[in-house]
Design a protein around this ligand. Structure first.
Ligand code: HEC
Ligand code: HEC
Length: 294
């Protein structure tokens, strides 16, 4: 055999073995993610009385905005495309009214609680990318107002068609566990709802700041970029630069999208424009929580 033939034979064997390893690896990921996606959750959820007065509905609208529901389900609840990538996933955030393509006519308050408290579909399987691990801790009072508002919005036509397909890279992301793909896995389904939001300012700040955790991490100390091409996520706890800012500077950073040092925050990475609905009092509570995190 010539030298060239020998080398190409070895190259062929190495490539074959590599391909086999990749296939076996992907097969493993496929089976383990399939099992997690099909896991069924059971729990009992006491009934919740939903108010119909205008005060509760106005409060519910505010919660819809500051709990970032609007970021994915749109300001008028018509829903939209969450992700449209055959490799990662194809997923829509559904229309939350009972208009065409929206919630089924028999979607009850108990169904709302199933989604917002437990993050599962009607078969008990985890929803995808719906951050129920952030809404599960809402107090009875806030939960009732939020549902009251959503149920009061007149039916609208869906913004897009329904999609729900997991791609091969999506399964790898799920396997790596860095992103909350399956919210039901991150919820303790036995914890009952608190009657009302915490009264203590710092505890109330923590209650509000759950919406920052997905990006700034549960300890608010930031970390690696959320996706390739994104900036690293800064530390916003007491060990971050922002502890040197006054409360007014913190609030103005969120309102203007510009830090005291003049750095512009980019809306596509740090959605400060969507945070305009927080009141000064709420932002001040968030700050008092952040600076308490040593
Ligand atoms: C990061 C984007 C995102 C945010 C923020 C978000 N959702 Fe969702 N939501 C989704 C996606 C995506 C689905 C569909 C999940 C699926 O099909 O597995 C969903 C599903 C739902 C459903 C189930 C609808 C059905 O057809 O069964 C309800 C109800 C819902 N969301 C309400 C809310 C409310 C209320 C908020 C705010 C507290 C909220 N969502 C915040 C993305 C989001
Ligand atoms: C979708 C992801 C995401 C969410 C949600 C988010 N942030 Fe950020 N945040 C970022 C990223 C990324 C940056 C860096 C932005 C840049 O470099 O343009 C940032 C920057 C900041 C900064 C500037 C810090 C500095 O040192 O420059 C502050 C303050 C901040 N975020 C506070 C918050 C608060 C408070 C919340 C919740 C109410 C929040 N963020 C929610 C991703 C997020």
């Amino acid at each position: 055999m010539s030298k060239v033939k020998k080398i190409s034979r070895w190259l062929g064997i190495i490539l074959g073995v590599l391909l086999l390893l990749i296939l076996v690896g992907y097969g493993f990921i496929y089976l383990s993610t399939e099992q997690r996606m099909n896991r069924k959750y059971s729990f009992s959820e006491p009934a919740l009385i939903i108010p119909t007065d205008s005060v509760a509905i106005v409060k519910g609208k505010h919660l819809y905005q500051i709990r970032s529901c609007a970021d994915c389900h749109g300001p008028n609840l018509a829903g939209g495309v969450f992700m449209n990538s055959a490799l990662l996933m194809q997923l829509s955030a559904p229309n939350l009214t009972k208009g065409p393509g929206g919630l089924p006519p028999d979607f009850t308050t108990q169904d709302w609680l199933r989604v917002l408290r437990h993050g599962v579909d009607k078969n008990g399987r985890s929803l995808w990318m719906m951050p129920a691990h952030e809404s599960t801790g809402l107090s009875q009072e806030d939960m009732a107002s939020l549902i009251a508002y959503c149920q009061s919005v007149p039916p609208v036509v869906s913004a897009g068609k329904k999609r729900r397909q997991m791609g091969p890279l999506g399964r790898v992301v799920l396997q790596l566990n860095q992103v909350a793909v399956l919210p039901a896995e991150r919820i303790n389904h036995q914890v009952p709802m608190a009657a009302s939001a915490p009264k203590d300012v710092t505890a109330y700040g923590q209650y509000l700041a759950t919406v920052c955790q997905g990006c700034h991490r549960p300890n608010m100390k930031g970390g690696a970029p959320l996706a390739p091409g994104f900036p690293p996520v800064p530390d916003i706890s007491a060990t971050g630069v922002q502890q040197q800012w006054s409360e007014a500077q913190f609030i103005s950073t969120i309102r203007q999208g510009k830090t005291p040092a003049g750095k512009l925050l980019r809306q596509e990475f740090m959605p400060w424009q969507n945070m305009q609905h927080f009141t000064d009092e709420e932002l001040s509570a968030i700050r008092s929580y952040l600076v308490s995190l040593k």
